[in-house]
Design a binder for this molecule. Structure first.
Ligand code: CP3
Length: 356
């Protein structure tokens, strides 16, 4: 028996139903800008030790909810858990980005990859979902997530973060069949991963396609969008995930919002380089939108933060189907008090907007 949700604003907004205040959560809301996160991470010893320990992952998932009136929790994990489970040897050096000991470069490397066992190598993720759902006790919904096949392939082929992911892109041009084989294995893995998270208790699912916007229009359709659509289709006929709203976020891909909306997803994440009014028009109000404050606004003073929050809410207007968020993750140097200013202003001003 699952406990009824005390705050279902996120799920209502994702279904484009009216809500009295706009729901808000923040990408990377559990992270290094919070001193209590840094303390738990130090106790765990490393990022992966933290992410693979369900009790500690639950602890850091709940930390931002203790400070702020957030309308959702997001599973504390990382998009690179899938390639790690595929045996690529993930590590995060302190203060640096992710690194793989065994990047994917050759046909043999791609052929070695299989869909990981969701209750085997990735059981720690599903256990974290179950523990977090229990501890949330219906306070707010829990969002599960995955990276997109394209964004995962970027890290897997490159072996680490990169400004242009030129090695991964070169594979698409030089060996398209190999790139497609890799992306198909990843799409099947992501669909199984999201389905397992839904079965474990995730109440919304999000795909982070952080590097989709690096591709030109036809390459975006061929190497990124097509595989997210494959996942959306698979989830539509999945017993666990069928009723769970799916949010797609391709950063830097605002030119493709209309096509993305046709995948059958419930919502699109939107970065800060487009007005939400224009984004709404692009999708003809057919999906909900999530975004889109520039994360760097959080480094401005509280008055500016409130003004920019109101600007985003005004841009969406008094219509159903808006989930307030940043246009990308909160960064480590942000003052935690500024996040409180943001969350409180979203609730206060959206209430005014509804009444107008
Ligand atoms: O949003 C949340 O609060 C949930 C947790 C979450 C993390 N990573 C925790 C994390 C989520 C949703 C992610 C997604 C993720 N991870 C993405 C897609 C979204 C985005 O931000 O573009 C990407 C590209 C990654 C890959 C990744 N993980 C990088 C590049 C890094 C290192 C650089 C960085 O931003 O810290 C990570 C590590 C990571 N993932 C940290 C956290 C809190 C920091 C690790 C630490 O504590 O040192």
């Amino acid at each position: 028996m699952s406990i009824p949700l005390k705050n279902d604003h996120l799920l209502r907004a994702l279904r484009r139903e009216p809500v009295d205040t706009t729901p808000v959560w923040v990408m990377r809301q559990a992270g290094r800008y919070l001193p209590e996160y840094r303390a738990t991470r130090a106790k765990a010893g490393s990022f992966m030790a933290l992410a693979t320990n369900p009790e500690l992952a639950c602890e850091v998932t709940l930390q931002p909810l203790e400070r702020y009136e957030l309308d959702a929790a997001i599973l504390f994990s990382d998009i690179l858990t899938i390639p790690d489970a595929m045996g690529l040897g993930l590590s995060f050096a302190q203060g640096e980005g992710p690194q793989f000991a065994h990047p994917v470069r050759t046909r043999a490397d791609v052929e070695r990859l299989g869909v990981p066992d969701m209750e085997g190598e990735l059981r720690y993720v599903m256990d974290a979902v179950r523990v977090i759902r229990r501890e949330l006790a219906g306070r707010v919904p829990l969002i599960g997530f995955s990276g997109s096949p394209w964004t995962l392939a970027c890290y897997m082929v490159e072996g680490e973060g990169s400004r242009d992911f030129a090695t991964a892109k070169a594979m698409c041009w030089n060996e398209p069949a190999l790139a497609h084989q890799l992306l198909d294995t990843l799409a099947r893995s992501v669909a199984a991963y999201l389905s397992a998270q839904a079965a474990a208790g995730a109440q919304a699912l999000m795909i982070f396609d952080t590097w989709g916007g690096m591709l030109g229009p036809s390459a975006y359709r061929e190497f990124s969008l097509r595989y997210m659509a494959q996942i959306a289709d698979a989830l539509k006929s999945d017993a666990h995930a069928r009723e769970v709203p799916l949010i797609l976020f391709s950063k830097g891909a605002n030119a493709h919002l209309a096509e993305m909306a046709r995948t059958g997803c419930a919502a699109l994440g939107v970065d800060w380089t487009i007005d939400l009014a224009d984004a709404r028009e692009a999708v003809s109000g057919k999906v909900a939108l999530q975004g889109n404050l520039d994360p760097v606004v959080l480094r401005a003073n509280p008055e500016v933060i409130r003004r920019e929050v109101r600007r985003v809410l005004d841009s969406y207007g008094n219509h159903p189907g808006h989930v307030f968020n940043l246009g990308h993750g909160v960064t480590p140097e942000v003052d935690p008090e500024h996040v409180k200013v943001l969350v409180d202003e979203v609730h206060a001003y959206s209430r005014v907007l509804r009444a107008a």
